[in-house]
Design a protein around this ligand. Sequence first.
Ligand SMILES: CC(C)(COP(=O)(O)OP(=O)(O)OC[C@H]1O[C@@H](n2cnc3c(N)ncnc32)[C@H](O)[C@@H]1OP(=O)(O)O)[C@@H](O)C(=O)NCCC(=O)NCCS
Length: 142
Amino acid sequence: MRIRDLTSEDYDGLVALWEASELPYRPHGRDQRDRIGRELEGDGAVFLAAEEDRVLIGAVLGTHDGRKGWINRLAVLPEHRGRGIGTALVGAVEARLLERGIEIVTCLIEGWNVESMAFFERIGFIAHPEIVYYSKRHSPDT
Ligand SMILES: CC(C)(COP(=O)(O)OP(=O)(O)OC[C@H]1O[C@@H](n2cnc3c(N)ncnc32)[C@H](O)[C@@H]1OP(=O)(O)O)[C@@H](O)C(=O)NCCC(=O)NCCS
């Protein structure tokens, strides 16, 4: 297994990975092919792939806004879970963000995703149930 940068050529593999992981994503909004492609070229993206035998077996869309880093769409193919790949992907995002001076990495987890919560707690993230997430959307697909 090796971790490398995602490229726009990984898009189909990325969608297959999200689907195999039953990870909700926004195919008509921010997860569209061209939007991901544009984001990949920007300074705020640390989009990484875990690859084995030329197959995309895991990925993460790390981002930062200049103040905080964010872990988005972390996924590992079900048959490759429990091998430390999720840990390696998050660790690689953290290291890349630290190089850019970003010292806090965060993620938002939906309330139903207790497995993901267990994973993040296991790797040292701290839950903040006192924080309530607000958003404002210009379309339901966003
Ligand atoms: C969450 C996910 C990325 C974890 O990937 P992974 O490669 O299996 O994780 P790792 O092997 O690095 O596990 C690291 C630690 O977390 C623990 N962990 C992983 N999945 C867990 C689960 N479902 N329940 C409890 N603990 C879990 C592991 O036991 C391991 O601890 P250990 O070192 O004591 O063995 C993977 O389960 C996944 O793709 N889930 C579906 C998509 C998803 O929900 N993504 C998160 C969106 S916020």
